[in-house]
Design a protein around this ligand. Sequence first.
Ligand SMILES: NC(=O)c1ccc[n+]([C@@H]2O[C@H](COP(=O)([O-])OP(=O)(O)OC[C@H]3O[C@@H](n4cnc5c(N)ncnc54)[C@H](O)[C@@H]3O)[C@@H](O)[C@H]2O)c1
Length: 273
Amino acid sequence: MGLGNIGLPVAVHVSKIYPHTLGYDISEKAVDNVKKHGDVKETCINASTELEYADIYVIAVNTWYRNGYPDMSAVEDCTKRASELNSAALICFESTLTKGTARALAKKYNLENVAVCPHRWWKQEEDKYGVVQLRVLGSLNKESQKKAQEFYDSLGIPIHVVDSLELAELSKLVENTYYYLRIAYAEELKLLCDENDLNFDALHAAVNTKWNVDLPEARDGIGGECLPKDIRFLMNTCSSMPLLQGAITADIRYQAKGAEIFSSNSGNESCDA
Ligand SMILES: NC(=O)c1ccc[n+]([C@@H]2O[C@H](COP(=O)([O-])OP(=O)(O)OC[C@H]3O[C@@H](n4cnc5c(N)ncnc54)[C@H](O)[C@@H]3O)[C@@H](O)[C@H]2O)c1
């Protein structure tokens, strides 16, 4: 469900193992793209804007941070539709969720089998960091976990099991926020160097010679969809997170300094790497 950056490669991979794979998206364009997609021709994804009955629903639609709040409406829309067709189906949430989303939806729509298995997808190295890579899995109950483990095993996706839906949801947010913090630190150091007439690249190279330091480059600011969204999803789980707020402020300050301080490198706009 959701045939975009994540959902399409998922559908392609699943269809190699399960010949009766269905693809669903509200967008005609996304559905047409499946039909045109080269890899898909060799598989048997039946894509449609109408959702059909299935035993397993994998939800990979958008989640947003809009007007100061997380927006899980597309995930909820898909969950509702899937529950109406088969409330006993295994529902695998692969979209990035705020903590508590999966359990709240399971309760609201009387779902029996629910799992959260977030993505760490990185398009520049899809062979290594695509659909098939070590991922975290949390489940609603023992039966859900058994079914989800069987499903991901059958897809050849190695999993690290955690003992709740919430831990799986949080793990994704923590991973991307960790990267956000490191970039924001690099940005702050770049400004420090500029103010003190020092060469940031030389400092960057020097500190990275230490075995436990991996300072990222300071590029054009933290962009893209995932990192700015995921840090805010994480902040939404706690009344105060001053370190994270500071990182956002550092990035805003860095971006406001303008293009003249930026290197010719592209922005740190990746989702997961
Ligand atoms: N792109 C990445 O690198 C990446 C990595 C890890 C996690 N994620 C997460 O995966 C999720 C999907 O991201 P994406 O990059 O694939 O997004 P995308 O915009 O490329 O694709 C999302 C698809 O969902 C469809 N959609 C939206 N609302 C829908 C609805 N109500 N019903 C059916 N289809 C609907 C859209 O039409 C679109 O085709 C997000 O939660 C994102 O944070 C993305």
